[in-house]
Design a protein around this ligand. Structure first.
Ligand SMILES: Nc1ncnc2c1ncn2[C@@H]1O[C@H](COP(=O)(O)OP(=O)(O)OP(=O)(O)O)[C@@H](O)[C@H]1O
Length: 209
């Protein structure tokens, strides 16, 4: 259960996020929308535990979202920008590395890697190196790294970036499968297609007053 209660973020005199509240239980999806600069990424960074609010609270299953507690860190998977990549590891190597870190066995990790690559139509690119991907393929690769680990809370910042409509459909399918498996999902987007496909509640951010 993600609970955001009156969370506000300020840096010196600047308001990055006006006071915002929402809750999302397992199986829920919250689609965060708003103009450029309205605070969507800032809100997602709070939920992902990458920073703490200046005031208000953000919790996951009753624990501070920014807690270093391994139970909290295990429960949140977030794609907010691209993670650093190793130039000499293939797409499959990267996904398997993440899956192996979190899986109970090597066989489970192999199975999960195949499933994630298949669901994002990345299997034909599995032996490519990161620099051999197009920008849209790189975006899907970033998503694969997040889907190859467990998550009670799945946090995605504009996962539709650089994707064609068919690939946005793949993202919708992958997100909804995690939701059906019981994850709470928070997605920031500028895409009507993604919003309609996920079909959760929409939270509109108005930006600083
Ligand atoms: N480190 C910072 N210091 C001061 N202001 C910042 C900082 N980081 C972001 N901001 C400001 O905070 C506001 C919210 O930024 P944020 O990235 O959360 O918006 P967003 O809704 O995700 O925008 P976009 O749709 O363009 O991705 C913006 O006005 C931005 O300029």
């Amino acid at each position: 259960m993600i609970v955001v209660q009156d969370a506000e973020v300020r840096e010196r005199e600047v308001t990055l996020l006006s006071p915002t509240s929402f809750a999302a239980a397992g199986g829920d999806a919250v689609v965060v929308r708003g103009a450029n600069g309205s605070g969507k990424s800032t809100l997602l960074r709070l939920v992902a535990g990458l920073r703490s609010p200046s005031s208000g609270t953000v919790s996951i299953d009753g624990r501070d979202a920014a807690s270093r507690d391994p139970r909290t860190r295990r429960s949140v998977a977030a794609m907010i920008g691209m993670p650093p990549l190793a130039p000499d590891l293939t797409v499959r190597d990267h996904v398997l590395l993440v899956a192996t870190t979190w899986s109970a066995s090597g066989r489970d990790a192999e199975r999960l890697t195949c499933r994630v690559l298949d669901e994002l139509d990345l299997s034909p690119l599995a032996t490519r190196f990161p620099h051999e991907l197009s920008s849209g393929q790189t975006q899907l690769f970033g998503l694969a790294l997040v889907l190859a680990r467990p998550s009670d809370a799945l946090v995605l910042d504009e996962p539709e970036q650089r994707l064609d409509v068919d690939r946005i459909g793949l993202v919708v399918g992958a997100v909804n499968r995690r939701r059906e498996s019981g994850a709470a999902v928070v997605v920031a987007t500028h895409s009507d297609v993604l919003e309609a496909g996920i079909g959760g509640r929409t939270l509109w951010l108005q930006g600083a007053a």
